[in-house]
Design a protein around this ligand. Structure first.
Ligand SMILES: C[S@@+](CC[C@H](N)C(=O)[O-])C[C@H]1O[C@@H](n2cnc3c(N)ncnc32)[C@H](O)[C@@H]1O
Length: 247
């Protein structure tokens, strides 16, 4: 399991404070202060990771072993690229034979070994574009998509849940039998109908709160492991039933 990173060096042990006179709103000042003092931010900078979010995937994968060498991965909401970096390294994707395809409507610097489409996943042709680019069915569908925050909590919640549900539908329509789906959701979040659908289609469903996810954040990850396959798949996964962990 990923450990919380220890503070490195004396300077980090001192809390950085942002002075009030900088003309920032209190909420922005608090955000900046939290960011400047966040050990995962420092670790990402030191290790050349694009985002602190990379450690959430690292931690989940260390525990649940989703990203096996040679696996094909789709990364929904890929920018700025932290999850792509982790996936590329763990599955052994290369520029010559990429196994990781991401999508985001925000542009990002290329991640060697990953192909990232700059488009909205909710566009009608996004699923086909992703599949054409990957070239074969994915073993893993990841979604860290989050709707831009409006400041209205309920609206933000509904929009991110919609992204999670659309990602789940996509995953169930493209995954290889035995494949896995991991998506960002919110605490108290996933609708029962989505959970029921996932429990029906995967051998086990888990809610995961990695240590790298801020304790005060309502963010939570939904992990559905070992896809049973579609009725028309002839190689439907043949594994003994695993225990399904209730919420
Ligand atoms: C939390 S960030 C992802 C961070 C990423 N996992 C990483 O490690 O760098 C969420 C991303 O979802 C993207 N996103 C939200 N809605 C989207 C959509 N409809 N289509 C594509 N990307 C979307 C946002 O643009 C944002 O870059």
């Amino acid at each position: 399991m990923t450990k919380k990173p220890a503070s490195k060096g004396g300077a980090r042990a001192l809390k950085t404070r942002v002075k009030k006179k900088r003309g920032l709103k209190n909420s922005s000042r608090r955000w900046l202060e939290r960011h400047l003092n966040d050990p995962y931010v420092h670790r990402a900078q030191a290790e050349g990771m694009r985002s602190r979010a990379a450690y959430k995937l690292t931690e989940i994968d260390d525990r649940y072993k989703l990203l096996k060498p040679g696996a094909r991965v789709i990364d929904l909401g890929a920018a700025p690229g932290g999850w792509c970096q982790v996936a590329v390294e763990r599955v052994g994707s290369t520029e010559e034979a990429p196994l990781v395809v991401g999508i985001d409507y925000l542009g990002m610097d290329p991640v060697p070994g990953a192909v990232v489409l700059e488009m909205d996943f909710l566009d009608d042709d996004a699923p086909d574009r992703l599949m054409e680019t990957l070239g074969d069915a994915p073993d893993v569908v990841l979604s860290d998509m989050a709707a831009p925050t409006t400041g209205h909590r309920r609206t933000d919640h509904i929009r991110t849940m919609h992204l999670c549900e659309t990602a789940a539908d996509f995953a169930m329509s493209v995954l290889k039998p035995g494949g896995h789906f991991l998506a960002k959701t919110f605490q108290g979040g996933a609708e029962n109908s989505l959970l029921e659908q996932l429990k029906k289609n995967f051998r086990s469903v888990h809610h995961v709160k990695p240590q790298a996810s801020r304790a005060e954040s309502v963010e939570l990850y939904l992990l559905a492991k070992d896809f049973k396959g579609r009725p028309d798949d002839d190689d439907v996964a043949d594994h003994p039933d695993e225990e399904t962990v209730p919420r």
